[in-house]
Design a protein around this ligand. Structure first.
Ligand code: ATP
Ligand code: MG
Length: 448
């Protein structure tokens, strides 16, 4: 009794704010999303790359830019207590991929189409669609200078939304030119903002001379009119940048991709140039951007590599999952084809052997094992069998052990042979496999 009371006082240690557990109840939606996106990536010839979650802090400071939101205030940076190294949990993956590409000379034999998936970390205020650990799937096409690859990426995104069944996702594109064009625009932009200094909020005032382009990105409603009338970067583009932008648009137009040119679209990181794009859903409230990307020709050289013009994008997995959840039609797959219930000591041992033989026949099998807080009556086992979604339950009791025949019970419509039948142990795998294959053929699905 005293022990019991003591137990109850143990403090539960909660998870970290803004970092979510993805529970089995929703993990099937994640699997559907990841599987669908991966199969589209593969169909465009992309190969997966996996880089570490931790990188040298200077990689992000140099790559993303010192005066970006991420580097200024969102990074989880710490000192390695063993050796004093300055490290950062990756806030995004492009810097890591390009670091790895330079380090391993990945584009030595020509361009590469790469993709990645995994958690990213940003110390932001947690809210709907904005978390401190979140997930991105993204891709990077390294060593491609032309507008063709930018357009191909956008077509690939469209195919992903289609395959996922997402509707109501719109595309905005822009060109932010090259460094020289941005510099000329920047000078005029600063002069314009100086004329309207009284209207600038605190963030904008701070950025006026460091990153004025980002002021265009403001969400402050009181600044919208002023910002709308600011000099447009598109008007400063030279011939080459314009031709590149036209090249992207020609492919999009020819393929019937609807888009809006948004002259105020700039992206958060310093490494972008020329094409930038965002896919936006209006069903997600304030955090509507589900995918953002663009070209980053200068980044390889910023990391000490050879000039390697490239582009990429990243999608926010949580935001897409929210859209899929709201649609509510991604069904969980059944856990098992067969559930094995048993009663009695000898039966338990035989049941484990039978379960193995069914798995050898590539069936998904859940074997009843002793459960905490439940008696293990045949009735409760049948309830578990039902919940598992299995088409058949194999029942092994003393009688079955004696006769060498298992009882096979059909659990659901779609099971072929009647309600209940007896099958000798060594024919069981073949029997059940045939039944399951037939049932799935009738159902029009087969997950083998
Ligand atoms: P935002 O303007 O919403 O802060 P961002 O420009 O910082 O976005 P990117 O760095 O371009 O975002 O990341 C690509 C995608 O990753 C975003 O479009 C979004 O879908 C997702 N994403 C970014 N930050 C978060 C976050 N904190 N939580 C969940 N998803 C995020
Ligand atoms: Mg952000």
């Amino acid at each position: 009794m005293a022990e019991d009371k003591k137990q109850k006082k143990v403090r539960k240690i909660p998870g970290i704010r803004g970092m979510n557990d993805i529970l089995p109840e929703e993990s099937h939606i994640w699997s559907f999303m990841e599987g669908t996106v991966e199969s589209v990536l593969v169909s465009y010839g992309y190969q997966q790359i996996r880089t570490p979650i931790v990188e040298d802090t200077s990689l992000f400071a140099r790559g993303l830019g010192e005066v970006t939101d991420i580097v200024e205030k969102e990074m989880y940076s710490f000192e390695d207590s063993m050796n004093g190294d300055k490290l950062t949990l990756r806030p995004e993956c492009t810097a890591g991929v390009v670091r790895a590409a330079v380090e391993h000379n990945l584009t030595y034999n020509g361009p590469r189409r790469l993709w990645y998936t995994g958690p990213m970390f940003r110390h932001e205020r947690p809210q709907r669609g904005r978390y401190r650990q979140f997930h991105q799937i993204g891709c990077e096409a390294l060593g491609f200078p032309g507008p063709d690859i930018d357009a191909e990426m956008i077509l690939m995104c469209r195919r992903m939304w289609r395959e996922l069944g997402l509707t109501g996702v719109r595309l905005e594109i822009n060109s932010i030119g090259d460094a020289e064009e941005r510099n000329r625009h920047r000078a005029d932009l600063i002069a314009y903002f100086e004329k309207h200094k009284a209207l600038l909020d605190e963030d904008a005032t701070r950025r006026l001379y460091t990153n004025p382009l980002r002021i265009l990105d403001t969400k402050n409603p009181e600044m919208q009119d002023m910002v709308n009338a600011a000099p447009k970067l598109l008007d400063y583009l030279g011939e080459a940048s314009l031709a590149h932008f036209d090249g992207v648009r020609a492919v999009l137009d020819r393929n019937g991709v609807a888009y809006q040119v948004n002259p105020r679209l700039v992206r958060g990181m310093d490494y972008y140039n020329r094409t930038v794009f965002e896919w936006i859903s209006d069903d997600l409230g304030a955090q509507g951007t589900i995918c953002g990307g663009g070209r980053y020709d200068p980044l390889f050289e910023m990391f000490g590599g050879r000039s390697t013009p490239s582009c990429g994008f990243a999608m926010g997995v949580e935001r897409i999952i929210e859209l899929l959840k709201a649609r509510g039609d991604v069904e969980p797959a059944s856990i098992a084809d067969v559930y094995i219930a048993h009663r009695g000591e000898a039966a338990g041992v035989v049941a484990a052997e039978i379960a193995e033989s069914l798995r050898d026949a590539s069936l998904d099998v859940v074997l009843y094992c002793q459960a905490a807080n439940s008696g293990g009556s045949l009735k409760s086992q049948m309830k578990r069998a039902d919940e598992s979604g299995a088409l058949y339950t194999v029942i092994i009791g003393d009688e079955e052990v004696e006769s060498g025949k298992a009882t096979v019970k059909a659990m659901r419509q779609g099971a072929i042979d009647g309600e209940q039948t007896q099958v000798v142990f060594n024919e069981l795998a073949d029997y059940v496999l045939e039944q399951v294959v037939q049932a799935e053929a009738l159902d029009g699905v087969c997950d083998f």
